[in-house]
Design a protein around this ligand. Structure first.
Ligand code: DOR
Ligand code: ZN
Length: 344
């Protein structure tokens, strides 16, 4: 069986920099026309000038003959000036501002300690229609790690939307039925991305027969009932749910460690993994809108016009890919089989 769809975009992607960027970029460019590129580098991308320079490095890393449009984002801090937001709104290549609660995840130490500190910036974003991308996890270490998304909705996101009811918000990589219900109940200005790994796995994957660091990401995988709620949302036809892989590469030794990094690498087979999830729900006919239409429509960007084709055929994932400085990168499903294959 073959399925053909308009070429998709990835609305949440970590590309890193330097040699790591060069190692992973061809995987995303093979599948996607565009991607919203996360700004959590070290140091983070906090200015339009830094975003422009990073975009140039991404384009420079693109192998000859491949095309790919990086859609840049700014990393919000307690001190982001309103003028920087104005510059971002006017810049054709900056498409959103990312809110990382300080300490929530990888390279989030410079993130926001209290959203009240960003009042003027958020008011400007609401007025000028600049989307806020939200890593939605409460950071209080006393809160159970599996409850942090739900608590974030109650303590931060709901109050934020009450204060800025027209702010365009994308609740990134949602992982719970609470987030699904919250987004579904919001108006047209609030959407969510969903990863392939949160559609395919529940938290048992992290502990099956021993600790499995390559299934550890943030927000962490949740119970099966939450995975099912995500799958229902993604396949529901609601236009405010769309594809965002959150593909987050880390060198093998930094994941297979006493204190391993958070992130699942899925860019090598993103569309294949989403197709598997949609097929499991009998909803392959809904994949194209989720992967190729809803995100572009929400961001107000044109839909792509070329197509990609998936074939139902077993395809083995390599054990590792080459990463920066002789390191190995372990992809999701390493050494296992995928039921779909993206044709060249
Ligand atoms: O698992 C994750 N990895 N979650 C994030 O929010 C950040 C990402 C990364 O940059 O590695
Ligand atoms: Zn991410």
């Amino acid at each position: 069986m073959l399925i053909t769809l308009i070429r998709p975009d990835d609305w949440h992607l970590h590309l890193r920099d330097g040699a790591a960027l060069r190692a992973v970029l061809p995987h995303s460019a093979r599948q996607f026309a565009r991607a919203i590129v996360m700004p959590n580098l070290r140091p983070p991308i906090t200015t339009v000038a830094a975003a422009e320079a990073y975009r140039a490095r991404i384009l420079d890393a693109l192998p000859p003959g491949m095309s790919f449009a990086p859609l840049m984002t700014l990393y919000l801090t307690d001190n982001t000036p309103v003028d920087e937001i104005r510059r971002a709104v006017e810049h054709p290549d900056v498409h959103a501002v990312k809110l990382y609660p300080a300490g929530a995840t990888t390279n989030s130490d410079s993130g926001v300690t209290d959203v009240d500190k960003c009042d003027a910036v958020l008011a400007t974003m609401e007025k000028l229609g600049m989307p806020l991308l939200v890593h939605g996890e409460a950071t209080d270490p006393a809160i159970d790690v599996f409850d942090r998304e739900k608590v974030f909705i109650e303590r931060v996101l709901q109050p934020l939307l009450t204060r800025y009811p027209r702010l365009k918000v994308i609740f990134e990589h949602i992982t719970t039925s609470d987030a699904v219900e919250f987004v579904a109940a919001c108006g047209a200005n609030v959407a969510a991305t969903i990863t392939a790994h949160h559609l395919l796995y529940n938290r048992n994957a992290i502990f099956s027969g021993g600790v499995r660091p390559h299934y550890y990401c943030l927000p962490v995988l949740k119970r099966e009932e939450h995975r099912r709620a995500l799958l229902r949302a993604a396949t529901s036809g609601n236009h405010r749910f769309f594809l965002g892989t959150d593909s987050a590469p880390h060198a093998r030794h930094t994941k297979e460690a006493a204190c391993g990094c958070a992130g699942c690498y899925t860019a090598h087979a993103a569309l294949e993994l989403y197709a598997e999830a949609f097929a499991s729900a009998g909803a392959l006919d809904r994949l194209e809108a989720f992967a190729s239409f809803n995100g572009a429509d929400f961001y107000g960007l044109p839909r792509n016009t070329d197509q990609v084709t998936l074939e139902q055929a077993q395809c083995r994932v390599p054990d590792t890919y080459a990463y920066a400085e002789g390191e190995a990168l372990v992809p999701l499903r390493a050494g296992e089989w995928l039921p779909w294959r993206l044709l060249a």
